[in-house]
Design a protein around this ligand. Structure first.
Ligand SMILES: O=C(O)CCC(=O)C(=O)O
Ligand SMILES: [Fe+2]
Length: 314
């Protein structure tokens, strides 16, 4: 068995479609994770976003707190360290983050698509983060096209199921670890809730995925690679043909613990009223339907946010 998450060049989806689809399908069935290179999310767009988010997280606590909005489960704006914890963990994660959602004109396409909150202290925050949001969303569409073919659907199967999804860009700051005796880790083991996650910053050490033999495999990628993994909604839709793989971010040992870590996941969600009903192409005698009861993606999201503490924060 390969001992590293593979990286595939997304340009091959245009030039070598059949092989690319087979390889990405194999990467996901085996790991639930795959590195993507050859994309057009430029270094400039990524660097601009890093500069903006580093400036934001460096603001005084009371300034950042102004961008936390109560009653939304952290859906938009700032969430402080100590709020989110992994589903079955007693200890909160060692991270703070900022949620940027979809922009729209006029009325929200669904009440769960809250308006964005923009920090006035950081010039260019909106431009930088929303440009990255849009570029990652575009790349996500391409990955979903490849996955649709792998699943025996037509290439554009997902297009009208994600066009107003409640997708979220989540820049994260893991501060230096001051208390090295802490029981908390940077991000406790969890599975992502959404369809797919596109992660910028995976070349920084710490991210690990759980293998089926119970061992943890560090994800090591070269700079510029975007790691794309399967979330629980796609696992459910595909009856586990595409598994959502448990992962975590561990605390570094030694002097590295004194260094902050930044990463920027983009959680791609289906439209809130999309009903997650197992694809018949993913049901067989050996893999009977595990989810006979369909659920709307918004109801599913609400159940999951409750479990990770985001709906209790006020
Ligand atoms: O920071 C990372 O590398 C991963 C973060 C993550 O898994 C998450 O926010 O869901
Ligand atoms: Fe995650």
């Amino acid at each position: 068995m390969t001992q590293q998450v593979p990286t595939l060049d997304i340009r091959r989806f245009a030039t070598d479609k059949e092989n690319f689809v087979a390889e990405i399908g194999k990467a996901y069935t085996e790991f639930g994770f795959c590195g993507i290179s050859g994309h057009d999310v430029s270094d400039q767009v990524v660097d601009n976003t890093y500069a903006a988010i580093k400036a934001f997280f460096a603001l005084p606590t009371e300034v950042k707190a102004k961008y936390h909005k109560t009653g939304q489960g952290g859906a938009r704006g700032y969430t402080a360290v100590g709020v989110e914890k992994a589903k079955d963990s007693k200890h909160p994660d060692l991270k703070e983050f900022y949620h940027v959602g979809r922009e729209y004109e006029g009325a929200a396409p669904h009440p769960s698509l809250y308006p964005n909150i923009w920090p006035s202290e950081v010039l260019g925050f909106k431009d930088a983060t929303y440009t990255l949001f849009s570029k990652l969303e575009q790349l996500g569409h391409t990955v979903l096209e490849a996955l649709a073919l792998f699943l025996g659907q037509e290439q554009h199967y997902f297009a009208d199921k994600v066009n107003y999804g409640n997708s979220i860009l989540r820049p994260i700051h893991y501060p230096p670890i001051v208390d090295t005796s802490t029981q908390s880790i940077r991000a406790g083991q969890h599975e992502d809730i959404n369809l797919i996650t596109l992660l910028v910053g995976s070349n920084e050490a710490g991210l690990e995925i759980l293998r089926r033999d119970g061992s943890w495999l560090p994800v090591t990628t070269i700079e510029g690679t975007i790691v794309v993994n399967i979330g629980d909604m796609l696992q459910r839709l595909t009856n586990h043909v595409l598994p959502s793989t448990t992962h975590r971010v561990v605390n570094p040992a030694g002097v590295a613990a004194g260094e902050p870590r930044y990463s920027i996941p983009f959680f791609m969600h289906p439209n809130p009223d999309f009903v997650i009903d197992t694809l018949s192409s993913c049901v067989s005698a050996e893999n009977p339907n595990r989810y006979p009861d369909p659920i709307s993606s918004n109801d599913y999201l609400m159940q999951r946010l409750e479990e990770i503490g985001l709906l209790k924060q006020g």
